[in-house]
Design a protein around this ligand. Structure first.
Ligand SMILES: Cc1cc2nc3c(=O)[nH]c(=O)nc-3n(C[C@H](O)[C@H](O)[C@H](O)COP(=O)(O)OP(=O)(O)OC[C@H]3O[C@@H](n4cnc5c(N)ncnc54)[C@H](O)[C@@H]3O)c2cc1C
Length: 424
């Protein structure tokens, strides 16, 4: 039986029995591959609409990025709305912008509707290390205001001190509609909600093949599902299944650690209990957990190779932000993979009229996956207008193909690492 990666989340999650693997032949309206936020969000959406749903998960529900991320509920996409408009045109920019807050709204509504206890807290913050980054945050507010979003608060250095006790930043921006949460409890809670509506989830059930005909068949080692529709939500863990889409994303690992519970000392560092991420290209992200640890993440390894020591990679950054933690005990450290696209924008599409896919949230997936899960549900139910907006965007492969995409991207990223280091 598969286990979750040994993280703070796995250690503190509500008890959840494992689910049996698929055995033999089964039938459903929709078969979903991958029980992360995307797959489970789509499953819940479809189950609410009365579809029969089977989810096939290689390991455990929430095993991938969804059960071990930073827990930062950040609105929007991995690309700014102005960049999206510039790249895809006014109409697409407006339509995509109109959906930018919906992922967070879906999470809040589901947590309330299904009473999912996932330590949901309001508010997240972006912090600027340089004056240029601060100007970037001011620009960000202007753009978001143009899309009708106004629940922001810009902070200068003294204003920031009420939220983050560090000398590292010149200012920041609060998004009061963002937040943070325990992601493994959220995905497990949503999975349980989908099951109460009749969805069936099979774990330890790696999909080995998918046929793309009129009634697709999805096979695992010991069973097969016959469905009217299939949705592939395998993201960075897709491996060699469906190279035509797996080859267009790059798995990237990022690392996280948590201190031991710090009691009041954690609240002294983050008094208003907001989630924080800085504006660097290789960003640091951190927050308080419900039991008052500091959870600190960062680092990016293209190709998803784990760094030799997560602590050696993340600890210096945490101490740069919070030197007072130099003697803090570190209880957990882990890493996980997200899927990067060349445009840093999520990709949805169809491999055939019956087989859909969605992936590539490029590091900001907690809210986006919930939005995309809903849109996938709408599309299968016959309302594909929002799906088509995403599906019509051009989808570029990484230069260099599967062999050279990692070295070429690393090469390109050196430029950004240099910029972060120089503070420009
Ligand atoms: C360490 C880390 C920190 C992050 N921090 C944040 C954050 O703070 N805020 C934020 O917004 N985003 C964050 N992200 C990104 C975010 O977690 C992801 O974008 C999001 O969870 C992706 O969800 P998903 O369902 O698409 O993929 P996943 O959660 O990875 O789920 C894919 C699932 O598919 C399964 N699978 C793969 N292949 C098969 C197969 N052949 N058969 C069956 N099942 C299969 C996998 O086992 C996996 O469970 C972070 C990511 C990581 C790794």
């Amino acid at each position: 039986m598969s286990q979750h990666a040994p993280s703070y989340y796995a250690a503190t999650a509500h008890k959840q029995d494992s689910r049996p693997p698929l055995q033999g032949r089964a039938r459903a309206d929709v078969c979903i591959i991958g029980a992360g936020f995307t797959g489970i969000s789509a499953a819940l959406e479809l189950a609410e609409r009365g579809f029969s749903v089977i989810v096939l998960e290689d390991q455990r529900t929430g095993f991938g990025a969804s059960g071990r991320n930073g827990g930062q509920m950040v609105n929007g996409y991995s690309r700014g709305l102005d960049v999206i408009t510039k790249r895809y045109g006014e109409a697409a920019g407006r339509q995509i912008g109109a959906m930018a807050m919906q992922g967070g709204q879906i999470i809040r509504a589901r947590a309330a509707k299904y009473a999912i206890a996932c330590d949901l807290r309001p508010g997240n913050m972006f912090t600027a290390i340089t004056a240029k980054q601060m100007r970037g945050l001011e620009h960000h507010v202007k753009i978001w205001n143009q899309h009708g979003y106004t629940d922001f608060e810009l902070l200068d250095r003294p204003g920031l001190a009420a939220h983050v006790r560090t000398n590292r930043y010149t200012g920041g921006l609060i998004d009061h509609q963002g937040g943070h949460l325990h992601p493994l409890n959220l995905v497990q809670g949503e999975a349980a909600a989908a099951e109460t509506l009749g969805a069936r989830i099979f774990e330890d059930s790696r999909v080995t093949s998918v046929s793309t005909g009129a009634t697709p068949v999805v096979k695992t080692a010991n069973g097969e599902v016959h469905a009217n529709f299939v949705i592939v939500c395998a993201n960075a863990y897709i491996g060699n299944l469906l190279p035509e889409i797996g080859g267009k994303i790059m798995p990237v690992s990022t690392q996280v650690l948590t201190t031991a519970p710090l009691g009041a000392a954690a609240a002294e560092l983050l008094p208003s209990n907001l989630a924080v991420e800085d504006c660097n290209y290789f960003l640091d992200y951190f927050r308080r957990t419900a039991d008052n640890r500091i959870l600190y993440g960062g680092g990016t390894v293209y190709g998803a190779q784990d760094s030799a020591s997560i602590r050696a990679k993340i600890l210096p950054n945490m101490l740069k932000t919070f030197p007072s933690l130099r003697n803090a005990k570190i209880d957990f450290s882990w890493s996980g993979n997200f899927a990067l696209t060349l445009t840093r924008f999520p990709q949805m599409g169809r491999l055939s009229p019956t087989v859909y896919y969605s992936h590539g949230d490029s590091g900001h997936g907690v809210t986006t996956t919930h939005l995309l899960g809903r849109i996938l549900g709408e599309a299968i139910a016959g309302q594909a207008s929002r799906f088509d907006i995403f599906a019509s965007l051009p989808y570029y492969p990484f230069p260099g193909g599967k062999t050279f995409r990692v070295p070429l991207t690393v090469l390109g990223s050196w430029y950004y690492r240099f910029r972060d280091k120089m503070g420009i």
